[in-house]
Design a protein around this ligand. Structure first.
Ligand SMILES: Nc1ncnc2c1ncn2[C@@H]1O[C@H](COP(=O)(O)OP(=O)(O)OP(=O)(O)O)[C@@H](O)[C@H]1O
Length: 233
């Protein structure tokens, strides 16, 4: 089992995490930490609880017991608008299907969270454009629906980075892509910790994506164990 001390300073520290659903113990005394500038991939069979783990980190569901620190803050201790604000300010999330609004342009999609949070409009559009250009996404007037699958996922990465999160989560970020687009999105995603200094936690079925991470862990019977993937560091 991979343990590791829970750091109050790092992007993510999980200790002794237990979670049950429908009378079934899904996570059991799980420990995990993700350091600044580090990437961790979690693999595991379907139904083993990988997405549930991300939902717990986001504070969308509460653990039975144990502690989840995001940027030093115990997520279980926060409720309502405080929890929402902490999540918005410290965590970026990339979903399998991007979860973008198809009729908006990529810049509008990326700027939207900042606009909804009543941020400065000009600054939001400027940062959105810079982020998209840095990730190789065209910033014209094309609707997001008309972009390629890979461009859409890179737009989703840009949106997740908009708030300068200390922790970036990704749930099957390349699951809907062909091989070439998968590699481009994985390049972009795994560059982020080195460039921004945030921690990256990626859940994936794809060994060629997982092996890019600094550490690969397998979720097995409620615990994270070291996984050896050919070519993994
Ligand atoms: N709200 C819920 N009610 C009942 N069971 C649930 C609920 N949410 C998740 N589960 C169950 O918990 C288990 C873990 O689900 P989860 O989505 O975390 O798995 P996963 O490892 O991400 O799977 P996949 O790789 O297929 O996405 C599954 O058996 C799922 O059916």
């Amino acid at each position: 089992m991979w343990g590791g001390a829970v750091s109050a300073e790092g992007p993510l520290g999980i200790s002794g995490l237990d979670y049950e659903i429908g009378g079934r113990r899904l996570l059991s005394a799980m420990d995990l930490s993700v350091g600044a500038g580090e990437s961790v991939a979690v693999i595991g069979p379907s139904g083993s609880g990988k997405s549930t783990l991300l939902n717990l980190v986001l504070g969308l569901i509460k653990p039975l017991s144990g502690q989840i620190l995001v940027s030093g803050q115990d997520m279980s201790a926060l409720r309502g608008s405080k929890l929402t604000r902490w999540r918005q300010q410290h965590i970026g999330m990339v979903f399998q299907f991007g979860e973008l609004l198809p009729e908006l342009t990529p810049v509008e999609n990326v700027a939207l969270p900042a606009l909804l949070a009543k941020g400065d409009r000009g600054e939001a559009f400027k940062r959105a454009e810079e982020l998209l250009l840095s990730l190789g996404v065209p910033v014209g007037t094309t609707a997001t629906a008309d972009l390629s699958g890979g461009e859409r996922q890179r737009t989703a990465v840009a949106r997740a980075l908009m708030s300068h999160p200390c922790l970036l989560l990704a749930d099957e970020p390349t699951g809907a892509l062909d091989e070439q687009a998968r590699d481009q999105v994985a390049d972009v995603l795994f560059n982020v910790p080195g460039q921004d200094g945030c921690g990256l936690l990626v859940v994936t079925h794809d060994a060629s994506v997982a092996e890019r991470a600094d550490r690969v862990l397998e979720l097995s019977q409620g615990k994270l164990v070291d996984a050896t993937i050919r070519g993994a560091a």
